[in-house]
Design a protein. Sequence first.
Length: 305
Amino acid sequence: MLEPPAPLRPVYPAYFADPFVMEHGGVYYAYGTGSGVTPGRVFEVLRSVDLLAWQSLGGALEPPGVEGHTFWAPEVAFFDGRFYMYYSVGLEDKGHKIRVAVCTQPQGPFVDQGVELTPQLGFAIDGSPFRDADGQWYLFYARDFLEGERVGTALEVDRLVGMTRLAGQQRTVLRASGDWQIFLRQRPIYGGVYDWHTLEGPFVVRRGGLYYCFYSGGNWQNLTYGVSYAVAEHPLGPWVEPYQGAVVLQTLPGRLIGPGHNSVVLGPDGNHYIVFHAWDAGLVSRRMHVALLEWTPEGPRARLE
């Protein structure tokens, strides 16, 4: 195990939301939602050799020519000598589309490829690439559903074709199933008023022949936010949710506030670690945390003690 894991203390002092961490060449790179520090770029990228001490490398993405837009939740895949960054861009919480940018080095600058992966969807965020053991790539993401008993943002998956195109054969991974996933009751949106649910930030890990899709539910702005998971025997499903509630990671009053939007990475000690953001005490800034991920008989759990 890393010493000390310190999950209740941020591992980076500045704002760093929606953290995605990957290892390449013995070095860890973290990408997060944010301005990017470097003028003219978005998404800050950090570097570490131990998941604990992080150094900023500046902005990761040279954004496409859009004004007044917000850029969310970058994740990066390495394939055939190139790094592919999947991210969403839109106007605040409206009209977000998932796009892809490419670079030959993990720190960037990534260059947008002029491709919308989800042009048919009015709102799609949190693109998360996953490569199966047979080499096939998939993209998990969150989108809005207006039909059914529990409307809101939920999870979908599609096969990637050539890293910059989806097959167009999307499958639903998981829809809202409980009140703990409510983002806001009586939310005015899409010309109606709904008890809006949110499932977002999917991240898939293959272990023991099964696939675990971690996701965040609730409202990212407050203490309801937390992490749960679903299980399947294939990336396209069907997916089953073994437990209700944020069983992997949830608020610890006075100690950890609104933890979520996680990624999972193998540490230098060979253990899995869950990387996530949580609010500071004043609910001003979301910061990056790292905790040991334990695979218990009841399923994956973050060790917070």
